[in-house]
Design a protein around this ligand. Sequence first.
Ligand SMILES: Nc1nc2c(ncn2[C@@H]2O[C@H](COP(=O)(O)OP(=O)(O)OP(=O)(O)O)[C@@H](O)[C@H]2O)c(=O)[nH]1
Ligand SMILES: [Mg+2]
Ligand SMILES: [Zn+2]
Length: 291
Amino acid sequence: MNQGIIIKAYNSFYYVQQPDAVVMCTLRGRFKKERFSLLVGDEVQFSLLSDGKGVIETILPRRSLLKRPLVANVEQVILTFAAASPDISRLLLDRFLVLAESSQLDIVLCINKSELGCAKEIGALTECYRQIGYKVIEVSAKTGQGLEELRKTLSGRVSVFSGPSGVGKSSLLNALQPGLNLMTGEVSDKIGRGKHTTRHAELMPLQGGGFVVDTPGFSLAEITDIAPDELRHWFREFVEETADCRFSSCLHLHEPACGVKNAVAAGKIDALRYENYVAICNENKVTKKGF
Ligand SMILES: Nc1nc2c(ncn2[C@@H]2O[C@H](COP(=O)(O)OP(=O)(O)OP(=O)(O)O)[C@@H](O)[C@H]2O)c(=O)[nH]1
Ligand SMILES: [Mg+2]
Ligand SMILES: [Zn+2]
């Protein structure tokens, strides 16, 4: 039996990566009856037919499931922003981080268009997020800065590029691996967004091993379904301060004797991060319970 990872699903065919080829597979009938939904990223075993096509016989257990885009077995999210054009909105950055944290994958913060940004501002921002514990890489698809470090980070792993539209996710992938020919800014602006950006995720194999998924910038509306008593876990620097909160149910909003608010006052937690936490809580229309 052959084994491989599904890199693409199209017209009820599943494309399974093999060392030197991609095999077009169909799914055994019994899976269809069970209405099992096979995803890009799933690892499968298949038998080869005489015509070179395959039939998927076994689906191996999933290690992770990313909801946006819907991909199985992703290991890390490369959260991409631009040093300028578009400028970084810290609120948007923290919202994307919450979404990435809630999927419980490794997170790398990637700041593209480094050659455009104000060095001082970007330096302060990267320092802030490094302090929290995030890996931050500064890159430029245009000048090639940082691409080697990014390539190393991607090597041998399944990574998804996410982030707002126009920050250069597709450009970075094209720069990393010439030949991918992903559509970027200028072109997609002309033909109108949504028409040519594929809605279905696809794993693209990297020369150095591993796979990447490009995603179109998407709206963050879905973040609203994260409940506030869950949200507080996704600001990772808050977690160790909660030991000093009087109430274990503390949402760090209006409660007295709050370790997180004390840490903000003492300059231990970045004030803007806390502000954004409160803003996201409010957007989610918090109804404070149990206090
Ligand atoms: N100056 C500069 N421009 C860049 C860089 N990387 C990308 N761009 C430009 O930024 C624009 C957007 O790039 P894309 O790669 O399409 O951005 P994207 O993140 O894939 O956008 P969506 O697919 O809409 O989510 C294009 O005009 C690119 O040429 C960079 O490092 N420096
Ligand atoms: Mg793109
Ligand atoms: Zn608290």
